[in-house]
Design a protein around this ligand. Structure first.
Ligand code: ZN
Length: 347
Protein backbone atom coordinates (compact mmCIF):
# COMPACT_ATOMS: atom_id res chain seq x y z
CA UNK A 1 0.00 0.00 0.00
CA UNK A 2 1.23 3.49 -0.85
CA UNK A 3 2.23 5.89 1.92
CA UNK A 4 -0.67 8.24 1.17
CA UNK A 5 -3.16 5.36 1.33
CA UNK A 6 -1.74 4.20 4.66
CA UNK A 7 -2.08 7.75 5.99
CA UNK A 8 -5.67 7.93 4.75
CA UNK A 9 -6.61 4.68 6.53
CA UNK A 10 -4.94 5.72 9.76
CA UNK A 11 -6.36 9.26 9.70
CA UNK A 12 -9.92 8.07 9.16
CA UNK A 13 -9.64 5.51 11.97
CA UNK A 14 -10.66 6.63 15.45
CA UNK A 15 -8.47 6.28 18.51
CA UNK A 16 -9.09 8.86 21.20
CA UNK A 17 -6.54 8.34 24.01
CA UNK A 18 -7.38 5.18 25.94
CA UNK A 19 -9.55 3.86 23.08
CA UNK A 20 -6.92 3.04 20.48
CA UNK A 21 -8.36 -0.35 19.39
CA UNK A 22 -9.18 0.53 15.77
CA UNK A 23 -5.77 2.14 15.16
CA UNK A 24 -3.98 -0.65 16.99
CA UNK A 25 -5.52 -3.30 14.74
CA UNK A 26 -4.45 -1.34 11.66
CA UNK A 27 -0.92 -0.86 12.99
CA UNK A 28 -0.53 -4.58 13.68
CA UNK A 29 -1.77 -5.48 10.21
CA UNK A 30 0.41 -2.90 8.43
CA UNK A 31 3.61 -3.47 10.42
CA UNK A 32 3.46 -7.26 10.39
CA UNK A 33 4.98 -7.91 6.93
CA UNK A 34 8.15 -5.96 7.80
CA UNK A 35 9.02 -7.17 11.31
CA UNK A 36 10.13 -10.54 12.71
CA UNK A 37 7.78 -10.44 15.68
CA UNK A 38 4.80 -8.35 16.73
CA UNK A 39 2.88 -8.26 19.98
CA UNK A 40 0.65 -6.11 22.14
CA UNK A 41 1.73 -5.29 25.70
CA UNK A 42 -0.48 -5.31 28.79
CA UNK A 43 -1.78 -1.74 28.35
CA UNK A 44 -2.12 -1.86 24.57
CA UNK A 45 1.11 -0.60 22.97
CA UNK A 46 1.96 -2.40 19.72
CA UNK A 47 5.56 -3.62 19.73
CA UNK A 48 7.23 -5.01 16.62
CA UNK A 49 10.79 -6.31 16.52
CA UNK A 50 13.14 -6.45 13.54
CA UNK A 51 16.18 -8.38 14.69
CA UNK A 52 19.69 -7.20 13.90
CA UNK A 53 23.18 -8.44 14.66
CA UNK A 54 23.88 -9.81 18.11
CA UNK A 55 26.08 -7.10 19.60
CA UNK A 56 24.67 -4.18 17.62
CA UNK A 57 22.74 -1.40 19.40
CA UNK A 58 18.96 -1.49 19.84
CA UNK A 59 16.73 1.37 18.70
CA UNK A 60 13.19 2.17 19.80
CA UNK A 61 11.26 3.93 17.04
CA UNK A 62 7.93 5.21 18.36
CA UNK A 63 4.85 7.02 17.12
CA UNK A 64 1.70 7.48 19.15
CA UNK A 65 -1.55 5.91 18.04
CA UNK A 66 -3.92 8.03 20.13
CA UNK A 67 -5.59 11.31 19.18
CA UNK A 68 -7.17 14.15 21.10
CA UNK A 69 -10.95 13.98 21.51
CA UNK A 70 -13.77 14.09 24.00
CA UNK A 71 -15.45 11.76 26.48
CA UNK A 72 -19.10 11.67 27.48
CA UNK A 73 -19.34 12.95 31.06
CA UNK A 74 -23.07 13.27 31.57
CA UNK A 75 -26.34 12.73 29.73
CA UNK A 76 -28.85 15.46 30.59
CA UNK A 77 -32.48 14.55 31.14
CA UNK A 78 -33.27 16.23 27.80
CA UNK A 79 -30.81 13.85 26.07
CA UNK A 80 -27.83 16.15 25.47
CA UNK A 81 -24.31 14.84 26.11
CA UNK A 82 -21.98 16.91 28.25
CA UNK A 83 -18.33 16.04 27.83
CA UNK A 84 -14.77 16.16 29.15
CA UNK A 85 -11.82 17.03 26.93
CA UNK A 86 -9.19 14.33 26.35
CA UNK A 87 -5.83 15.92 25.57
CA UNK A 88 -4.98 19.54 24.79
CA UNK A 89 -8.01 21.08 23.10
CA UNK A 90 -8.70 24.78 22.67
CA UNK A 91 -12.35 25.48 23.58
CA UNK A 92 -12.64 27.90 20.62
CA UNK A 93 -12.46 25.10 18.06
CA UNK A 94 -15.31 23.01 19.44
CA UNK A 95 -18.47 24.89 18.48
CA UNK A 96 -20.54 23.39 15.66
CA UNK A 97 -18.14 20.52 15.03
CA UNK A 98 -19.53 17.28 13.67
CA UNK A 99 -18.46 14.40 15.91
CA UNK A 100 -18.80 10.65 16.26
CA UNK A 101 -19.84 9.18 19.61
CA UNK A 102 -18.36 5.70 19.86
CA UNK A 103 -20.84 3.57 21.77
CA UNK A 104 -20.45 -0.14 22.45
CA UNK A 105 -22.90 -0.89 19.64
CA UNK A 106 -21.92 1.59 16.92
CA UNK A 107 -20.72 5.12 16.23
CA UNK A 108 -23.38 7.82 16.29
CA UNK A 109 -23.12 11.19 14.57
CA UNK A 110 -23.62 14.28 16.70
CA UNK A 111 -23.04 17.99 16.55
CA UNK A 112 -21.52 20.19 19.25
CA UNK A 113 -24.20 22.67 20.14
CA UNK A 114 -24.27 25.92 22.10
CA UNK A 115 -26.62 28.78 22.84
CA UNK A 116 -27.35 30.39 19.41
CA UNK A 117 -25.67 33.75 18.71
CA UNK A 118 -29.03 35.43 18.08
CA UNK A 119 -29.93 35.30 21.75
CA UNK A 120 -26.47 36.02 23.20
CA UNK A 121 -25.95 39.28 25.07
CA UNK A 122 -23.32 41.65 23.61
CA UNK A 123 -20.73 40.82 26.32
CA UNK A 124 -21.36 37.09 25.87
CA UNK A 125 -20.59 37.36 22.15
CA UNK A 126 -17.09 38.64 22.93
CA UNK A 127 -16.25 35.71 25.22
CA UNK A 128 -15.04 32.26 24.30
CA UNK A 129 -17.76 29.73 25.06
CA UNK A 130 -16.16 27.24 27.41
CA UNK A 131 -16.33 23.51 26.83
CA UNK A 132 -18.37 23.13 30.02
CA UNK A 133 -21.15 25.20 28.43
CA UNK A 134 -21.20 23.12 25.24
CA UNK A 135 -22.98 19.84 24.61
CA UNK A 136 -23.29 17.16 21.98
CA UNK A 137 -26.65 16.80 20.27
CA UNK A 138 -27.26 13.33 18.85
CA UNK A 139 -30.92 14.02 18.14
CA UNK A 140 -32.13 12.09 21.18
CA UNK A 141 -35.62 12.83 22.57
CA UNK A 142 -34.45 12.53 26.17
CA UNK A 143 -31.97 10.68 28.41
CA UNK A 144 -33.68 7.30 27.95
CA UNK A 145 -33.66 7.74 24.18
CA UNK A 146 -29.92 8.56 24.20
CA UNK A 147 -29.29 5.47 26.32
CA UNK A 148 -31.36 3.40 23.92
CA UNK A 149 -29.08 4.63 21.11
CA UNK A 150 -26.27 3.06 23.11
CA UNK A 151 -24.72 6.18 24.67
CA UNK A 152 -23.07 5.66 28.06
CA UNK A 153 -20.95 7.84 30.32
CA UNK A 154 -17.31 7.28 29.31
CA UNK A 155 -17.93 6.82 25.59
CA UNK A 156 -15.15 8.29 23.46
CA UNK A 157 -16.00 11.05 20.99
CA UNK A 158 -13.88 11.88 17.95
CA UNK A 159 -14.09 14.62 15.34
CA UNK A 160 -15.77 13.51 12.12
CA UNK A 161 -13.46 14.68 9.32
CA UNK A 162 -12.62 12.57 6.30
CA UNK A 163 -9.18 12.50 4.71
CA UNK A 164 -8.96 14.58 1.52
CA UNK A 165 -6.19 15.32 -0.98
CA UNK A 166 -5.91 19.00 -1.85
CA UNK A 167 -3.47 20.74 -4.16
CA UNK A 168 -0.48 18.93 -5.57
CA UNK A 169 1.22 17.49 -2.52
CA UNK A 170 -0.97 18.40 0.46
CA UNK A 171 -3.62 16.51 2.38
CA UNK A 172 -6.25 17.50 4.94
CA UNK A 173 -7.49 15.17 7.64
CA UNK A 174 -8.15 14.27 11.24
CA UNK A 175 -5.58 13.20 13.83
CA UNK A 176 -2.44 13.74 11.76
CA UNK A 177 -0.99 14.12 15.27
CA UNK A 178 0.22 11.44 15.26
CA UNK A 179 -1.21 9.17 12.55
CA UNK A 180 1.27 10.70 10.13
CA UNK A 181 4.02 9.55 12.52
CA UNK A 182 2.43 6.07 12.50
CA UNK A 183 2.33 6.10 8.68
CA UNK A 184 5.98 7.21 8.55
CA UNK A 185 6.86 4.41 10.98
CA UNK A 186 5.22 1.80 8.75
CA UNK A 187 6.87 3.18 5.61
CA UNK A 188 10.27 3.32 7.34
CA UNK A 189 10.05 -0.37 8.23
CA UNK A 190 8.96 -1.19 4.67
CA UNK A 191 11.96 0.66 3.22
CA UNK A 192 14.59 -0.76 5.60
CA UNK A 193 16.35 -3.82 4.30
CA UNK A 194 19.14 -5.43 6.29
CA UNK A 195 20.51 -3.30 9.13
CA UNK A 196 22.93 -4.04 11.95
CA UNK A 197 20.84 -2.80 14.85
CA UNK A 198 17.73 -4.36 16.33
CA UNK A 199 14.69 -2.15 15.86
CA UNK A 200 11.79 -2.01 18.29
CA UNK A 201 8.98 -0.34 16.41
CA UNK A 202 6.30 0.87 18.78
CA UNK A 203 2.81 2.30 18.33
CA UNK A 204 2.22 3.93 21.70
CA UNK A 205 -1.01 4.62 23.58
CA UNK A 206 -2.13 7.66 25.58
CA UNK A 207 0.58 10.11 24.52
CA UNK A 208 -1.84 13.02 24.50
CA UNK A 209 -2.70 12.55 28.16
CA UNK A 210 0.83 12.25 29.53
CA UNK A 211 3.14 10.10 27.37
CA UNK A 212 1.89 7.02 29.23
CA UNK A 213 2.35 4.24 26.66
CA UNK A 214 5.90 5.27 25.81
CA UNK A 215 6.81 5.17 29.50
CA UNK A 216 5.97 1.50 29.91
CA UNK A 217 7.15 0.45 26.44
CA UNK A 218 10.59 1.96 27.01
CA UNK A 219 10.78 0.27 30.40
CA UNK A 220 10.17 -3.14 28.81
CA UNK A 221 12.57 -2.59 25.91
CA UNK A 222 15.25 -0.36 27.48
CA UNK A 223 16.83 0.46 24.09
CA UNK A 224 20.24 2.04 23.45
CA UNK A 225 18.66 4.86 21.43
CA UNK A 226 15.12 6.29 21.38
CA UNK A 227 13.52 8.05 18.43
CA UNK A 228 9.99 9.45 18.32
CA UNK A 229 8.28 10.32 15.07
CA UNK A 230 5.73 13.04 15.72
CA UNK A 231 4.34 16.30 14.37
CA UNK A 232 5.33 19.87 15.11
CA UNK A 233 3.53 23.17 14.58
CA UNK A 234 4.11 24.55 11.09
CA UNK A 235 4.16 28.27 11.75
CA UNK A 236 4.11 29.46 8.15
CA UNK A 237 0.58 30.85 8.34
CA UNK A 238 -0.72 34.42 8.77
CA UNK A 239 -0.34 35.88 12.24
CA UNK A 240 2.46 33.61 13.47
CA UNK A 241 5.90 35.10 14.05
CA UNK A 242 8.91 33.08 12.94
CA UNK A 243 10.32 33.07 16.46
CA UNK A 244 7.09 31.62 17.86
CA UNK A 245 6.98 28.62 15.51
CA UNK A 246 9.96 28.46 13.14
CA UNK A 247 9.14 25.18 11.38
CA UNK A 248 7.71 25.54 7.90
CA UNK A 249 5.73 23.20 5.72
CA UNK A 250 7.65 21.74 2.73
CA UNK A 251 11.03 22.51 4.37
CA UNK A 252 11.65 18.93 5.49
CA UNK A 253 11.47 17.20 8.87
CA UNK A 254 12.09 19.34 11.96
CA UNK A 255 14.72 18.25 14.46
CA UNK A 256 13.95 19.37 17.97
CA UNK A 257 16.99 20.63 19.81
CA UNK A 258 15.00 21.19 22.99
CA UNK A 259 11.33 21.17 24.02
CA UNK A 260 9.40 21.28 27.30
CA UNK A 261 10.40 17.73 28.24
CA UNK A 262 13.60 16.91 26.40
CA UNK A 263 16.95 18.32 25.49
CA UNK A 264 17.91 16.10 22.60
CA UNK A 265 21.02 14.07 23.34
CA UNK A 266 23.88 15.74 21.41
CA UNK A 267 24.97 12.43 19.87
CA UNK A 268 21.45 11.74 18.65
CA UNK A 269 21.18 15.24 17.18
CA UNK A 270 24.54 14.73 15.44
CA UNK A 271 23.34 11.36 14.13
CA UNK A 272 20.19 13.02 12.69
CA UNK A 273 22.03 15.97 11.13
CA UNK A 274 24.86 13.88 9.63
CA UNK A 275 22.35 11.37 8.22
CA UNK A 276 20.33 14.20 6.63
CA UNK A 277 23.38 15.94 5.16
CA UNK A 278 25.00 12.76 3.82
CA UNK A 279 21.78 11.95 1.97
CA UNK A 280 20.87 15.54 0.97
CA UNK A 281 17.61 15.39 2.89
CA UNK A 282 16.25 18.86 3.80
CA UNK A 283 15.78 19.45 7.55
CA UNK A 284 15.09 22.30 9.95
CA UNK A 285 16.11 22.83 13.57
CA UNK A 286 13.72 24.05 16.23
CA UNK A 287 13.60 24.87 19.90
CA UNK A 288 10.16 25.17 21.44
CA UNK A 289 9.48 25.14 25.15
CA UNK A 290 5.75 24.36 25.10
CA UNK A 291 4.97 20.80 24.04
CA UNK A 292 6.91 17.56 24.21
CA UNK A 293 6.79 14.03 22.78
CA UNK A 294 7.23 10.37 23.69
CA UNK A 295 11.00 10.89 23.35
CA UNK A 296 10.94 12.78 26.67
CA UNK A 297 9.80 9.66 28.53
CA UNK A 298 11.99 7.25 26.60
CA UNK A 299 15.02 9.38 27.56
CA UNK A 300 14.30 9.01 31.28
CA UNK A 301 13.98 5.23 31.32
CA UNK A 302 16.01 3.37 33.97
CA UNK A 303 19.58 4.65 33.66
CA UNK A 304 18.71 6.86 30.69
CA UNK A 305 18.32 6.45 26.93
CA UNK A 306 19.85 8.98 24.48
CA UNK A 307 16.76 10.14 22.59
CA UNK A 308 15.48 12.55 19.99
CA UNK A 309 12.47 13.35 17.83
CA UNK A 310 11.98 13.74 14.12
CA UNK A 311 8.90 15.89 13.52
CA UNK A 312 6.68 16.43 10.52
CA UNK A 313 5.64 20.10 10.22
CA UNK A 314 1.84 20.15 10.32
CA UNK A 315 -0.55 23.08 10.22
CA UNK A 316 -3.44 23.39 12.71
CA UNK A 317 -2.54 20.48 14.98
CA UNK A 318 -4.81 19.82 17.96
CA UNK A 319 -7.81 21.00 15.96
CA UNK A 320 -10.39 18.85 14.13
CA UNK A 321 -8.55 19.02 10.79
CA UNK A 322 -4.86 19.52 9.97
CA UNK A 323 -2.97 20.05 6.74
CA UNK A 324 0.47 18.77 5.75
CA UNK A 325 2.69 18.15 2.76
CA UNK A 326 3.35 14.58 1.65
CA UNK A 327 6.85 15.74 0.63
CA UNK A 328 7.66 16.33 4.30
CA UNK A 329 6.42 12.84 5.16
CA UNK A 330 8.57 11.29 2.43
CA UNK A 331 11.63 13.20 3.65
CA UNK A 332 10.90 12.14 7.23
CA UNK A 333 10.88 8.50 6.13
CA UNK A 334 14.14 9.01 4.22
CA UNK A 335 15.72 10.55 7.30
CA UNK A 336 14.46 7.82 9.64
CA UNK A 337 15.83 5.13 7.31
CA UNK A 338 19.22 6.88 6.93
CA UNK A 339 19.43 7.44 10.70
CA UNK A 340 18.74 3.82 11.59
CA UNK A 341 21.34 2.64 9.10
CA UNK A 342 23.90 4.93 10.81
CA UNK A 343 23.07 4.14 14.45
CA UNK A 344 25.82 1.55 14.95
CA UNK A 345 28.44 4.10 13.84
CA UNK A 346 27.47 6.43 16.71
CA UNK A 347 26.41 4.09 19.54
ZN1 ZN B 1 1.82 14.07 18.95
Amino acid sequence: MKLVDVLEKLSNACGVAGREEEVRDLMKELLKPNVDEIREDKLGNVIGVKKGKKDAPTVMLAAHMDEIGLMVKNITKEGFLQFAKIGGIDDRILIAQKVLVHTDKRSITGIIGSKPPHILKEEEKKKVIEADDLFIDVGAKDKQDAQKMGVRVGDAVSFDIKFTRVGKDTVVGKAFDDRVGCAALIETMRKLSKVDCTIYVVGTIQEEVGLRGATIAAFQLYPDVGIALDVTVAGDVPGVKEVEAPAKMRAGPALTVADAGLITHPKVLRLFIDSAEENKIPYQLETGMRGTTDAAKIALTKEGVPSGVISIPTRYIHSPASLLSLKDVENTVKLAVATIKNVSKYF
